[in-house]
Design a binder for this molecule. Structure first.
Ligand code: AMP
Ligand code: MG
Length: 297
């Protein structure tokens, strides 16, 4: 990735397949060090295994992901306050939806609170930009997934000039304060920025235009966004530099290879769930007595 200074690369290999030469957490953004224009979206940092092994590994994670998700859910049902929030940002065609389908889709949908954020509705516009986000936060026990998020308030809003600079510029600190409060309330935040190249996006948009079954995904406004590519890169650089915090760091994931970005997100989600050290809630009833009662029926 576009590192000017390189972090440690021998951390976290323990227990991982040899194809991971560095832990995916090395994709964590270092404000002030990392340079988006130096990032290669077609690279697969830390992964030597190629596509088939990556796809196999995502599938192999399914069991553990779904076990941990169920433990989290059980904890939430038993008075726990913890949850996980996966925030997906990325330009059109960067693969946000595919991550939801192929990675988040590995766990029980009953435990997932998914929300995508588009152009604010009239009702949403009547409130501050964090209002709709707050309403969509995962309840205890849930894995929340944001497809786009409050970060659009310093991306599309900035690039399209929907607010004057003196207004959008205030949002970075607000976002950090908001995320700090969310984290303090028991939500583990995993922020992922999917980075595709201009050429790859062109190919993906061309595919959408070629296939009638993909036309519904195509939005003529996507071309307008492409015309402001460099503005988006600058907006993303500032976003990453200014909202990568200790409690809510950004992971910047090269996304020209969908199999790579999906593998990375599966690892990050697993790490977040593992870090919670989830057990099973103890029964709040007398198990032996209930067995006797059941046997007598
Ligand atoms: P999609 O993700 O393809 O469904 O597109 C959603 C669209 O909503 C994108 O063009 C975003 O730029 C736009 N969008 C998301 N959040 C905001 C926001 N806060 N203000 C304006 N547009 C937004
Ligand atoms: Mg779109």
């Amino acid at each position: 990735m576009g590192k000017r200074s390189k972090g440690s690369d021998d951390d976290g290999r323990e227990g991982r397949p040899p194809e991971w030469t560095t832990h995916p957490t090395t994709l964590r953004w270092s404000p002030g060090d990392d340079d988006l224009t130096a990032l290669d979206p077609s690279a697969t940092p830390g992964w030597d295994g190629g596509k088939a092994a990556a796809t196999d590994l995502v599938a192999a994670h399914a069991g553990e992901l779904s076990d941990l998700q169920e433990r989290l859910f059980a904890e939430g049902r038993s008075g726990g306050s913890r949850s996980v929030l996966l925030v997906l940002q990325g330009l059109d065609t960067s693969g946000k939806g595919g991550i939801v389908r192929h990675v988040v889709g590995l766990v029980d949908p009953q435990g997932v609170m998914h929300r995508s954020f588009g152009v604010p509705t009239a009702e949403e516009k009547a409130h501050g930009y964090l209002w709709r986000v707050r309403n969509a936060l995962p309840r205890p026990g849930y894995i929340g997934v944001f497809d786009r998020s409050h970060h659009e308030q310093v991306l599309v809003v900035r690039v399209d000039g929907l607010e004057p600079p003196e207004e959008w510029a205030t949002h970075y600190d607000e976002i950090n304060a908001f995320e700090a409060a969310v984290a303090a309330s028991g939500t583990t935040i995993v922020k992922v920025a999917l980075m595709i190249s201009r050429d790859e996006q062109k190919e993906r948009l061309a595919k959408r235009l070629d296939r009638p079954d993909k036309h519904w995904k195509y939005d003529p406004a996507d071309i307008d966004a492409r015309l402001r590519w460099d503005d988006y890169v600058a907006a993303y650089q500032d976003l990453l530099d200014r909202t990568s915090t200790v409690v809510a760091p950004w992971h910047v994931v090269p996304a020209d290879h969908k199999w790579y970005s999906r593998l990375v997100v599966s690892e990050l989600l697993l790490d977040a769930l593992r870090s919670l050290d989830l057990g099973w809630p103890l029964a709040d009833f007398d198990v032996e007595a209930e067995k006797r009662r059941l046997a007598a029926t």
